[in-house]
Design a protein around this ligand. Structure first.
Ligand code: ZN
Length: 690
């Protein structure tokens, strides 16, 4: 759900099982959704028996899948998550096409999702309108005469989804998670993150040149003469580079201590001597007083300095770029849409072909009206029995964690008590929200794609800012129900599993516990472990950023975590680019702990049911099927460009390493496949925290 344009909105990046899947679909648009493919959690037909499982377990488990699933031309990567993502999207398409047929009997929600989908699909209208719907916004920017007029303009641009300079959002106070305060975050970059502006290797220099060429082409499409467009593109890069240099690295942003700078609106306002914050807040209809967090003081100090010494025509250029950039998708003519794809999907991630329009329009409605669309999705595709079964698994894994904590030899009794208190306080959210979002105030007009997009952003921004000063809504979801992902929220202390991921090939009511615990169980364990990873462990049971560890226990934790840092630092993902052990630490600890907890919970079930681990089915024992189901959840094809982007910027390691590395640390795995101590799938000094 979070995309680059709005990624500043949450300070703590939610600890999800994977990055939000890029909106890059499969080729070929079927007229109707295809018959559901036979997706299984454990699938013996995907196994490659010519590979020794103790040599490379990922290849052993996934080669059959990799052979059967060549990378589609319009995908940067394609794996089992994408398989389900595409299936869910074809279900959503059907719902949207039904809702798009004008009928007097449509409900208010059906009118909104149906008309928004139809507006997005109507390329004839979008192309014919050209830049006209955006002209009032371009005029506003052109009318900016002095820096003093910037605050009100910027508030308006932020409300319509333009990621210029910084972001204001509501957030839970780090010190007091029950308070919702104003939170100011860095933003304003067109490249994925700050290091894209600072790296000096030849490939990174080339990417920056390609970025400037992209900005130039967007300006030219908007009608600027070539020479002016070229000059303006350089201005954009220079301003963004200045902002980027003052921004924390993504690794630094992972540590909540680096983002916690409590102040109040008045105090923050005083820092910004060249930006009238009061004007901004008045225009944004945001509270003009109260507690606030200045998440990156260095960034805001540079922003302030930049306003003092940058000619206003350069600021107009920068704002014009971000406006065009924000809308260069399905709301503007296809020339913009294609140019946007060409840089972000093709150049940065290697996709060879743009995905079909219906896929992008479906994802768009999911972004804008996700809980209206999700409500129908859940009714059709997520029966109550599956919700119940997931809840049972979650409780079993929580119990396994409690036992595990009790048995840790490195943690003191006092810290164990606190850890268990936190574990007991975790709230389990499964499938969909108890209370659906009300979209009554969002007006969707058929035939007005750009206006709809603007109003959807304004609706979302108003909803978000209205939370400041009110009690926390613990029932709110950060992902829509059809999403193929899951997350842990450290300030809420809750785990969230959308209905979209509780489907084959990750979970199936038709398959046995060995498969379901190895796959979905590991994901549940993963999210739970996030509450106790290098980031999550800094929050207490109530979600407050408060140290509850004794210093001796903290040292023990850090020593163990360091083993995992080194393990992943040593992996070279593409020639010359190693994984970043520190950036990926939280995810790697969650993978390792999560799989172990799923295994322990499953063993309990096996014991209780008097089952035998060695019972064979499909040619593999139950314990072997547990591990294979885990590895098969990670089968993925990835382009080298995407692998490079991922290694540099994704807190998750590439899938092949997520499958193999944690298994080398689990002696139980080696035992199940009788691996020798010297085998590549056995780490002689296994890493373990939880
Ligand atoms: Zn995660």
């Amino acid at each position: 759900m979070l995309n680059f344009a709005s990624s500043y909105r949450r300070l703590i990046v939610l600890a999800a099982i994977l990055m939000t899947l890029p909106a890059l679909g499969q080729t070929a648009a079927p007229a109707a959704p295809p018959a559901a493919p036979d997706l299984r959690v454990f699938d013996a037909s995907l196994i490659d028996k010519t590979v020794d499982p103790c040599q490379n377990f990922y290849r052993f488990s996934c080669n059959g899948w990799l052979k059967r699933n060549p990378l589609p031309a319009d995908q940067a990567s394609y794996g089992r998550f994408s398989e389900l993502f595409e299936l869910n999207r074809s279900h959503l398409r059907q719902i949207l096409e039904e809702a798009a047929a004008p009928a007097a009997t449509r409900s208010a929600n059906e009118q909104k999702i149906g008309d928004e989908y139809a507006s997005c699909m109507d390329t004839t209208a979008v192309n014919a309108l050209g830049l006209k719907p955006l002209q009032p916004e371009l005029d506003r920017i052109a009318a900016l005469k002095t820096a003093a007029e910037l605050p009100a303009l910027l508030a308006h641009l932020h409300a319509i989804g333009v990621n210029a300079f910084f972001g204001l959002s509501s957030a839970q106070d780090f010190a007091d998670s029950s308070a919702v305060i104003s939170s100011y975050g860095s933003g304003g970059l067109g490249l994925p993150e700050r290091d894209y502006y600072t790296r000096t290797d030849p490939k990174s220099v080339e990417i920056r040149q390609q970025y400037v060429a992209h900005v130039r082409r967007i300006f030219a499409l908007a009608g600027e003469p070539e020479a002016q467009a070229a000059k303006d593109a350089e201005t954009v890069l220079a301003l963004e580079t200045r902002l980027a240099k003052a921004t924390l690295t993504i690794t630094e942003q992972r540590d909540p201590q680096n983002l916690n700078h409590p102040t109040d609106v008045a105090g923050f306002s005083k820092q910004l001597t060249h930006f009238a914050l009061a004007d901004y807040l008045a225009a944004a209809h945001a509270p003009a007083a109260g507690k606030a967090n200045d998440s990156e003081p260095k960034f805001f100090s540079e922003f302030n300095a930049l306003l003092a010494d940058t000619p206003v025509n350069q600021i107009r250029t920068y704002l014009r770029w971000h406006l065009l950039h924000a809308y260069a998708g399905t709301s503007l003519p296809e020339s913009f849409d294609h140019e946007h794809w060409s840089f972000y999907a093709h150049t940065l991630n290697g996709a060879e072909q743009q995905q079909d329009r219906w896929k992008r329009c479906t994802s768009r409605v999911d972004n804008e009206l996700g809980e209206a669309l999700g409500q129908v999705y859940v009714a059709r595709y997520f029966p109550p029995e599956e919700k119940q079964k997931t809840l049972e698994m979650t409780l079993a894994i929580e119990q396994a964690m409690e036992k595990d904590i009790d048995g840790l030899d490195w943690m003191s009794a006092a810290t164990k008590l606190k850890a268990k208190e936190k574990l007991h306080a975790v709230m389990n959210k499964i499938g969909y929200p108890e209370k659906w979002r009300d979209y009554a105030k969002l007006e969707i007009v058929r035939g007005d794609a750009l206006g709809n997009e603007q109003r959807a952003h304004q609706f979302d921004q108003a909803r978000d800012l209205a939370k400041i000063g009110k009690p926390v809504d613990k029932g709110e979801w950060q992902m829509t129900p059809p999403t193929v992902n899951a997350y842990y929220d450290p300030q809420m202390n809750n785990v969230n599993f959308p209905a979209g991921i509780l489907q084959p090939p990750f979970f199936s009511g038709k398959e046995d516990d060995a498969a379901n615990y190895g796959d979905m169980g590991a994901t549940i364990g993963h999210e739970l472990t996030h509450g106790f990873d290098d980031q999550g462990r800094q929050f207490d049971k109530d979600g407050n950023l408060k140290d509850w560890w004794s210093s001796a226990d903290e040292q023990q934790f850090n020593e163990r975590a360091e083993c995992t840092v080194k393990q992943y630092d040593a992996i070279e993902a593409v020639p010359g680019v190693h994984l970043n052990g520190k950036l990926t630490l939280g995810e790697n600890l969650a993978d390792l702990g999560g799989l172990r907890l799923a295994w322990l919970a499953w063993l309990e079930k096996v014991e209780a049911a008097h089952l035998d681990l060695k019972t064979a089915s499909d040619g593999y024992t139950a314990e072997q099927r547990f591990w294979i189901a885990y590895a098969q959840s990670w089968c993925t094809q990835t382009r080298p460009e995407q692998l490079r982007s991922q290694a540099q910027g994704d807190p998750h390691a590439p899938d092949e390493y997520r499958a193999n590395t944690v298994l080398t640390d689990l002696p139980e795995f080696a035992k199940s496949f009788s691996c020798k101590k010297t085998a590549p799938m056995v780490n002689p000094k296994p890493c373990r925290v939880w």
